[in-house]
Design a protein around this ligand. Structure first.
Ligand SMILES: *Cc1c(COP(=O)(O)O)cnc(C)c1O
Length: 401
């Protein structure tokens, strides 16, 4: 394989974001293919015994087994690291594999973790159910309460874990503030950045230590594959994440890595266009419903903070229509927009979190997080904004709004 400039950090770090998203990490074979090659192989062969011995000893670069490294996956890892501005990145089998690895690789029995309470349903399950089973204490707080982070710190607190904007309540957490509190106590911050993605929000620039992704969402962007990624410093990735990942095995398939590489080529375009569409639709819906939450709208309690820490406010917003029956009536009246619990897709998708993504939590937890019975979440896509407006207008009217 011939290494091209896509893998040469000295060159790629001088590129601007759009160039990084399109060319970063490209590692061409001897054929000089334009598009990244798909290496569907689990194993590798060697010209002689000394070569493989050197690779296993760590004294020579090169592939040995695709649970440890694969050329297509390595291209994706390098591209995501470049987009994030991280020293290193490792791809994971899914977003939840990324969150699990980012936390379990560094926490042990007797440690304590503080987490923002508004979170993706499975992230809450990790915090509330999985980690405590292994003797890791967890505390959930209202992450938008700036003082609550410091107040929750204990002598054994090792990690702060949060997402912003949060799924599905669009809570916005002050990344720079929380990271500063963490740093003062020697605590590692792990940020789930799936909602915004690296072209709209880069938590490391604001002090985060580890950024974890569901690449299933905006990075793929076309609803095709599950994928995840963890970004961090080189020592964190090599000394903490890699031993965990290589020995437990939640690695990304090369095929899925290749699909996400294609998605990243258009990530910036999609994220910005979908943000514009979400703002336009949010403005249309807001006057007609009791409550609407979009960090890009002036009515959001943390609008000013969101505008400071994000380049654009994202494709997703939520609104409350009061009751589950009104929410279902609105969903059932949609013609173009699909009922779907996925996000990040180029298609506009809508769901009722209390009966889908957050159905596994008990009602008290949902209430505490703000996932009410009348809450609807919409992922705004790339369709013509006039068609989307007409469809939502019709559904709102049908549901009595
Ligand atoms: C979807 C999502 C996840 C989980 O990702 P998967 O790829 O579905 O495993 C985690 N966090 C957030 C914020 C998400 O939106």
């Amino acid at each position: 394989m011939k290494k091209t400039t896509g893998m040469d950090r000295a060159t790629t770090r001088s590129w601007r974001p759009a160039t990084r998203a399109l060319r970063g990490g490209t590692w061409r074979s001897e054929h000089g293919e334009t598009s990244e090659a798909l290496f569907l192989t689990s194993g590798y062969t060697y010209d002689d015994a000394g070569t493989v011995a050197a690779r296993f000893a760590g004294s020579a670069d090169g592939m040995t087994y695709s649970r440890l490294q694969n050329p297509t996956v390595a291209m994706l890892e390098e591209r995501i690291a470049l987009l994030e501005g991280a020293e290193a990145c490792r791809a994971q089998a899914s977003g939840m594999a990324a969150m699990t690895a980012a936390l379990l690789c560094q926490l042990s029995a007797g440690d304590h973790m503080v987490a923002g309470r508004a979170a993706f349903g499975s992230c809450r399950w990790l915090v509330d159910s999985l980690l405590p089973r292994f003797g890791i204490e967890t505390t959930t707080i209202d992450g938008t309460d700036d003082a609550a982070w410091e107040a929750a710190v204990r002598p054994n607190t090792r990690v702060f874990f949060f997402e912003t904007p949060a799924n599905p309540t669009l809570d916005v957490i002050d990344i720079a503030h929380v990271c500063a509190v963490a740093r003062a106590h020697g605590i590692v911050t792990v940020v789930d950045n799936a909602f915004a993605g690296p072209t709209l929000q880069r938590p490391m620039e604001l002090g985060a230590d580890v950024v974890a992704y569901s690449a299933t969402k905006l990075m793929d962007g076309q609803g095709r594959v599950l994928a995840g990624a963890v970004c961090g410093s080189r020592p964190f990735i090599e000394e903490q994440l890699l031993p965990f990942q290589r020995n437990t095995g939640p690695v990304l398939s090369p095929f899925n890595a290749w699909v996400v590489l294609k998605g990243l080529e258009t990530l910036d375009l999609r994220a910005r266009r979908q943000s514009e569409h979400a703002l336009a639709l949010g403005r249309l819906v807001e006057p007609r419903v009791p409550r609407l939450l979009h960090p890009g709208l002036e009515s959001h309690p943390r609008h000013a903070l969101a505008m400071r820490q994000m380049d654009a406010c994202g494709a997703i917003f939520a609104f409350d229509v009061g009751t589950r029956s009104a929410a279902f009536a609105l969903l059932d009246a949609l013609g173009l927009i699909d009922i779907s619990n996925n996000i990040g897709d180029a298609r506009t998708l809508m769901c009722h979190p209390a009966s889908t993504t957050h159905a596994g939590l008990d009602p008290a937890e949902r209430a505490e997080m703000g996932v009410t019975e009348g809450l609807l979440r919409i992922n705004v896509g790339l369709e013509d904004i006039a068609d989307l407006s007409e469809d939502l207008d019709h559904a709102l009217t049908a549901a009595g709004f």
